[in-house]
Design a binder for this molecule. Structure first.
Ligand SMILES: *[C@@H]1O[C@H](CO)[C@@H](O)[C@H](O)[C@H]1NC(C)=O
Ligand SMILES: *[C@@H]1O[C@H](CO)[C@@H](O)[C@H](O)[C@H]1NC(C)=O
Length: 244
């Protein structure tokens, strides 16, 4: 863990403290955002990355033997259908990520910050099943929150690995196509983008069969599969609420 501060050059609004941490878990991978170069250390590699890509540099893959430095966007879990991810290619490659700004978190009702690879969210993990998607949605609403919105790769990854680590169940996320079949919408009102739809689903999902309008992370997929399934909204399930 390096505790250095790298203010991004020039633009005050994106200055951030970057606690550069070497990732060990497979969930911390990254997308390559530019050509590699040579740097003398992980810190130098990351500092250069911040200068070249002040908006998007959030992680680096650094090889301490070759000094090869690859710039990356935020660390996220290995996601199917993403071909530009940079896995650790050898024992001397290390993935280093920078902590993203931690959102405010009102801890009333058992909300707390969960962090995956430096991306965190204020979450409430259910301790029992809600009898449907709309019930789960109401429970979150009563706690002044929404069913989890995983609208970036990193936030989706934070949801996935938190659910996998702490919950032993199928988990609802705040994404459904109840209003218009095939038109999935996040609980914050944003439509699922084409880009998101390329990585968020398990291969061959959403099957869209009949009344499968509510997305969930399935326990049975956790060992090897990363992605959501569409299922009936009326199935009792656990859920994760998110507070901003
Ligand atoms: C909060 O956590 C406590 C202790 O685990 C539990 O008894 C309580 O039911 C939880 N409250 C909610 C709203 O989940
Ligand atoms: C925290 O959330 C609870 C429940 O929504 C609310 O009653 C309380 O006023 C909030 N506290 C702060 C400091 O915002």
């Amino acid at each position: 863990m390096y505790t250095c501060i790298f203010p991004a050059v020039g633009v005050v609004s994106i200055q951030r403290e970057a606690y550069l941490t070497q990732a060990t878990g497979q969930e911390c991978q990254t997308l390559q955002i530019g050509e590699p170069w040579t740097s003398v250390s992980p810190i130098a590699c990351y500092a250069e990355c911040m200068i070249r890509y002040p908006d998007s540099c959030q992680s680096v893959v650094y090889n301490s033997h070759t000094q090869n430095c690859r710039p990356g966007s935020v660390a996220f879990g290995p996601i199917q259908r993403i071909t530009t991810s940079i896995p650790e290619t050898g024992s001397t490659d290390g993935v280093f990520y920078a902590r993203q700004p931690i959102p405010p978190c009102n801890k009333t009702d058992n909300f707390t910050i969960y962090d995956v690879c430096g991306t965190s969210a204020c979450m409430h993990l259910s301790t029992s099943k809600a009898n449907s998607y709309s019930t789960a949605k109401n429970i979150c609403s009563l706690m002044n929150s929404k069913l989890y919105v995983g609208n970036t790769r990193a936030k989706f990854s934070t949801f996935w690995y938190t659910a996998k680590k702490y919950m032993n169940a199928d988990i609802l996320i705040g994404l459904n196509d109840i209003t218009t079949e095939g038109n999935f919408v996040w609980e914050n009102g944003e439509s699922l983008s084409y880009e998101q739809s390329q990585y968020i689903w398990i291969i061959s999902e959403p099957s869209g069969t009949g009344d499968e309008d509510c997305a969930d992370a399935r326990q049975l997929d956790w060992p090897g599969v990363f992605g959501l399934n569409d299922a009936k909204c009326s199935e009792p399930k656990h859920y994760i609420c998110e507070r901003w």
